[in-house]
Design a protein around this ligand. Structure first.
Ligand code: ADP
Length: 383
């Protein structure tokens, strides 16, 4: 068990690429933190610096208050699980799992029986007791992944590091292994840092999601907070399926009369949003609407719905809901996820209703700040 603290950590690779730029993050003992972001955003580099597999160009990484910048990986008391499993092909599952402990048996003060017990306990935890005599080539992808996790568990490290461990598995197995890793982490109570490019994996696994882009942290918060109060438009668009839609316009009017104008349309703003937009009057802004904030027919009496004219281009049924793809009068494409029974068909022009308590206002641009929330943590990293 351990706390991991990154303070202004920077990595500049030879050749000048700044892969990680002044990242600060305080990971609590037992916390499960997932670093997520598009390919190349610096998440693996961050993890590898914690592991000691990459030098740190500037800043400090501490484990339990002790700066480990110069500590070799083997002395950091961490265990890492890689995407490609990295099992020894010539060893049985048992030997793969026992190997790191056997190497340091004397140093750790363990008997052979101690190691045997640890391997068998970890194997039981992962349901792979019947595979201990097999070699990796005789295992499925999911089984290999379990062995790789088992090898990390037997070491009882202070910190688990996972680098895209499920990427090589098929979709169904990935979902199964995901819940298994979550369950294991809660059971073992070991501080965990997990890297993935998959926002859904990040949202389902973590206590805290750290959204990165271009080597910086945009937001570090609980999955719910990242979903409901994204710090900026990039985070808003990255998290959630189908993604949030954005319409451009400006805020006009004041007090009880404030509205968002999109072309010739006027969407009345509830009080809280109108207040947030004070000071942005007549300036270009972007309204962010999650698909499930749309509906076709009003369900509550006094909810602050706004109407938006749209032409339906496609309807996709999905069990009890359906996705309505549409284009606004200004040519902006949006997706609404509505009740399956809602009467709406392709080619139709209609007034879509939007629950205005659930929309967000962003400053313009891909990284535009969300002005409708007071961020708990700043976009430059967790402070
Ligand atoms: P991610 O894990 O988010 O995909 P990485 O941490 O692997 O991102 O990479 C971040 C940036 O650093 C990318 O621009 C990548 O090309 C660059 N990079 C990664 N490894 C090296 C390396 N060994 N040498 C030079 N540049 C690298």
């Amino acid at each position: 068990m351990a706390r991991v603290t990154l303070t202004d950590v920077t990595k500049v690779y030879p050749g000048g690429v700044t892969a990680v730029n002044r990242v600060s993050l305080d990971i609590a003992d037992r916390e499960f933190v997932v670093l997520v972001g598009p390919s190349g955003c610096g998440k693996s580099t961050t993890l590898r610096m914690v592991a000691g597999l990459e030098d740190i160009s500037a800043g400090a990484i501490a484990i339990d208050g002790r700066v480990v910048n110069q500590t070799p990986p083997k002395d950091r008391d961490i265990a890492m699980v890689f995407q490609n499993y990295a099992l020894y092909p010539h060893m049985t599952v048992y030997k793969n799992m026992a190997f790191s402990l056997s190497l340091r048996r004397k140093q750790l003060g363990l008997s052979k029986a101690d190691i045997d017990l640890k391997v068998r306990e970890a194997a039981a935890l992962l349901g792979i007791e019947n595979l201990l005599d097999r070699k990796p080539k005789a295992l499925s992808g999911g089984q290999r992944q379990r062995v790789a996790v088992g090898r990390a568990i037997v070491r009882e490290p202070k910190v688990f590091l996972f680098d895209e461990p499920l990427s090589n598995l098929d979709a169904k197995l990935r979902v199964e292994m995901r819940s298994e890793i979550r369950r294991l982490q809660k059971r073992l109570n070991t501080t965990t840092i997990y890297v993935t490019h998959d926002q859904e994996e990040a949202m389902t696994l973590s206590d805290r999601v750290v959204v990165m882009k271009d080597g910086v942290i945009f937001q570090a918060a609980s999955p719910l907070e990242v979903y409901e109060s994204p710090a900026n438009r990039f985070v808003a668009a990255f998290v959630g399926t189908p993604p949030m839609g954005f319409i451009e316009g400006r805020c006009v009017g004041q007090n009880g009369d404030a509205a968002f104008e999109h072309g010739s349309e006027r969407l009345p703003l509830p009080k809280k949003l109108a207040q947030a937009a004070t000071g942005f009057s007549q300036r270009p802004l972007v309204l962010g609407i999650r698909p499930d904030a749309f509906c076709v027919r009003q369900s509550g009496e006094n909810l602050p719905y706004a109407k938006l004219k749209a032409r339906v281009t496609q309807v996709e049924p999905l069990g009890d809901r359906k996705d309505v793809h549409m284009t606004t009068t200004m040519g902006t494409k949006l997706v609404g996820r509505v009740d399956l029974r809602a009467g709406v068909c392709e080619g139709q022009e209609l007034d879509m209703l939007i629950d205005m308590t659930r929309v967000h206002l962003f400053e313009p641009g891909e990284m535009g700040r969300n002005i409708s929330v007071v961020p708990v943590r700043s976009a430059a990293g967790e402070q």
